[in-house]
Design a protein around this ligand. Structure first.
Ligand SMILES: Cc1cc2nc3c(=O)[nH]c(=O)nc-3n(C[C@H](O)[C@H](O)[C@H](O)COP(=O)(O)OP(=O)(O)OC[C@H]3O[C@@H](n4cnc5c(N)ncnc54)[C@H](O)[C@@H]3O)c2cc1C
Length: 468
């Protein structure tokens, strides 16, 4: 095989693409990964999961230092914000992790090609890199080109005054008034960051609640908690116009159902209404890869497109637009291409909002179970009754487990609470094993631990929680 011919060529080096590349190489396939960004890790590592979590962590520490340390008996003389240092730490975390993937590629003998990939024909990818174009041959091509920000019609994102999540991760100063359009995960996480750092934050949402796809009880309680922290919500409202000037942005906002418009002034506006598949410049038209009406690449249960030898994974095929979902698909497609039986269980993909407290969810919500006519039992346990949460002074929220009324099998779980994003892993594992709530309830959990709230919620499914 010549150096320019591979078993698998992956276009896109995000969590879907780079994980597929490493797994395929582990399985003995020759692999190239084409990435045009100039650094690996995709949206997630460069302008998504990682920088946002770095800012959430730093801003949480700042808030704790300002408001919470005193009640632990820790007295500080004064607390100052060094935004440049905070941003510098975030950038260092990002560059460390993206470089880490380059090392993983070297270790696994994955060829990293810097440049924009285009599918010239099934079996051939043209890479337009800094030194010009080259064509490489591939037995299989995986499209892992991810997603991009969904724009709001009539509103121009300039990444200065009107920003996408990318701009909101790198503001040079704390805005006086930040308006966030969209009360989804990204809007609430980045809104929380800037509120903690001193901005007045207003979240405008078209629908009638925050975190619309989540279990309704979780959405409502989380909105209350965030409001108590200082986030203002304007629900059932739509932004129809945004005019950016020297002094800031003037937004025109109308009730979602129609009615008189009002104007809201902001220093910075964050547009966070969702993400759309990214397939620009891939040449999919020319090779005839079918797209859905919303632009997602259509694949079958084995990630195959309608064009033989061309596959797709990650955000670009839709579903939960999450890094770990893309990674699972990356592993599955690599195993399928190596002749194994790669598979993703879409019923057990967790979703986490990294606010404080965190929100974590897996499986069905109560509303979904009701709609599907499935009889279920609810077990709920508040962190207020968990000794570790009380000792930590972090007792907002609850664990809620939904189990089949007849079989007791866990159908879903929803957590608001400290480290909810880590606690949910136990329930995801339980669901993978087809466990009953009773299985979790009978599992010994270390004391005093936040995980005991999960056990107690499982006990509560059968009406026998101990500490409430
Ligand atoms: C602010 C923010 C916070 C987020 N936080 C979380 C979180 O906490 N947890 C979570 O699970 N998810 C989070 N996400 C979502 C997560 O980033 C995505 O789901 C994930 O990155 C999708 O992975 P992917 O591999 O499908 O695509 P991407 O990560 O988007 O990677 C695609 C890559 O393909 C490259 N590319 C595109 N076209 C070409 C081409 N023609 N040639 C070469 N390269 C190309 C792009 O440059 C990009 O690097 C967040 C997203 C944002 C924006």
């Amino acid at each position: 095989m010549s150096a320019e011919s591979f078993d698998v060529v992956i276009i896109g080096g995000g969590p879907g693409g780079y994980v597929a590349a490493i797994r395929a190489a582990q399985l003995g396939l020759t692999v190239a990964c084409v990435e045009k960004r100039g650094s690996l890790g995709g949206t997630c590592l460069n302008v998504g999961c990682i920088p946002s979590k770095a800012l959430l962590q730093s801003s949480h520490k700042y808030e704790e230092a300002r408001h919470d340390f005193a009640q632990h008996g820790v007295k500080l003389g004064g607390v100052d914000l060094d935004l440049a240092a905070l941003m510098g730490r975030k950038d260092k975390v990002v560059s460390g992790l993206t470089k880490g993937i380059e090392s993983l590629f070297k270790k696994n003998k994955v060829t990293y090609l810097i440049g924009a990939g285009r599918i010239a024909a099934p079996g051939g990818v043209v890479v337009a890199g800094p030194d010009g174009e080259r064509t490489i041959a591939a037995k299989s091509i995986i499209i892992a080109t991810g997603s991009d920000v969904t724009p709001l019609p009539g509103i121009t994102i300039d990444e200065q005054r009107i920003v996408s999540s990318t701009g909101a991760l790198a503001l040079a100063a704390v805005p006086k008034h930040l308006v966030v359009i969209g009360a989804g995960v990204i809007g609430l996480e980045l809104g929380s960051v800037w509120r903690r750092l001193g901005a007045e934050v207003t979240v405008i949402e078209f629908l009638d609640r925050a975190l619309p796809p989540f279990d309704a009880e979780v959405s409502k309680q989380m909105q209350r908690i965030l409001q108590k922290q200082g986030l203002a919500f304007k629900l059932s409202a739509k932004v129809t116009k945004a005019v950016a000037g020297e002094a800031g942005v003037t937004l025109t906002v109308e009730p979602a159902a129609g009615g008189p418009a009002e104007e809201i002034a902001a220093d910075v506006v964050l547009v966070a209404i969702g993400r759309k598949p990214y397939t620009e410049g891939l040449g999919l038209d020319a090779v005839g890869v079918a797209l859905s009406p919303k632009g997602f690449v259509i694949v079958d249960g084995h990630f195959a497109t309608n064009v033989p030898g061309v596959y797709a994974i990650g955000d670009v095929i839709g579903g939960a637009m999450l890094a770990h979902k893309a990674e699972e698909e990356g592993i599955a497609i690599a195993e399928i291409l190596a002749g194994q039986h790669g598979h993703v269980n879409y019923e057990a993909i967790p979703g986490v909002v990294y606010t404080w407290p965190e929100v974590a969810t897996v499986g069905k919500s109560e509303e979904e179970l009701k709609k599907a006519g499935i009889a279920y039992k609810v077990g709920k346990f508040p962190f207020m009754a968990n000794s570790r949460a009380r000792a930590n002074d972090d007792a907002d929220g609850f664990v809620k487990i939904l189990a089949d009324a007849t079989t007791d099998r866990v159908l879903g779980a929803h957590i608001i609470g400290p480290s909810a994003g880590d606690l949910i892993a136990e329930i995801v594992l339980a669901m993978e094993f087809g466990a009953a709530a009773e299985d979790i309830a009978r599992t010994c959990h270390a004391h005093p631990g936040l995980g005991e709230a999960v056990k107690e919620a499982a006990l509560a499914v059968d009406g026998r929680a101990i500490h409430i």
